[in-house]
Design a binder for this molecule. Structure first.
Ligand SMILES: [Zn+2]
Length: 151
C-alpha cells in the first residue's frame, strides 16, 4: 500500500479542522480567535481534495475547543470535519452544528439597529440551519449566508 502523502505536518495532540472551503479558511481563524493563541498553529490552504477540489486545513496543537466555540465555524463552513488528536491518533471526530442563537460575532446589516448604535452585543436567531439564515433579535432583519459580516 502506498503511503498517503501528508499535505500538512502531523499533530501530536490537539485539533485538526479539515475540509474547510478555501475561501473560508481565514474566516475560521477569526471565528476561533486563533490569532490570540500562543499554541502552535499550522494552516494549509488550497490543498488538493478529491471531494472538494480545493480545501483548507487548520491544525492547532494542544487545543481542544469548547462546543460553542467550534459551532461558530458552521456560519462560514457548515461541512468541516473536526478531528481530536491525542498521541498522533484521531480519538474523536466531530461535525459542527449551527446553534439556535448567535451572540456577538455577526454584525447586524441594518444601520438603524440598536446594536449598531449602542454598545451592546448582537443577537441573532438561526431561522434556517440548512441555508444559514439569521434574524436579528432586536430589529428582526433577516440576513442570508452571503450577507453575513463578522465583527
Ligand atoms: Zn438588527
Amino acid at each position: 500500500m502506498m503511503r498517503k502523502e501528508l499535505q500538512v505536518a502531523a499533530l501530536e495532540n490537539g485539533t485538526a479542522i479539515d475540509h474547510i472551503p478555501s475561501d473560508a479558511v481565514f474566516k475560521v481563524v477569526t471565528l476561533l480567535q486563533l490569532q490570540k493563541l500562543n499554541n502552535r498553529i499550522t494552516i494549509g490552504n488550497n490543498l488538493k481534495s478529491s471531494k472538494m477540489g480545493s480545501k483548507g486545513i487548520i491544525k492547532v496543537s494542544d487545543k481542544f475547543f469548547r462546543e460553542d466555540e467550534i459551532n461558530r465555524i458552521a456560519l462560514v463552513a457548515p461541512n468541516v470535519n473536526l478531528n481530536i488528536i491525542r498521541n498522533f491518533e484521531v480519538v474523536e471526530k466531530k461535525k459542527v452544528v449551527l446553534p439556535d442563537e448567535i451572540i456577538e460575532i455577526v454584525r447586524c446589516n441594518n444601520p438603524k439597529c440598536i446594536t449598531n448604535n449602542e454598545p451592546m452585543k448582537t443577537r441573532f436567531h438561526v431561522i434556517d440551519k440548512e441555508l444559514v439564515e439569521l434574524q436579528c433579535h432586536y430589529c428582526e432583519l433577516k440576513i442570508r449566508k452571503e450577507e453575513i459580516e463578522l465583527i
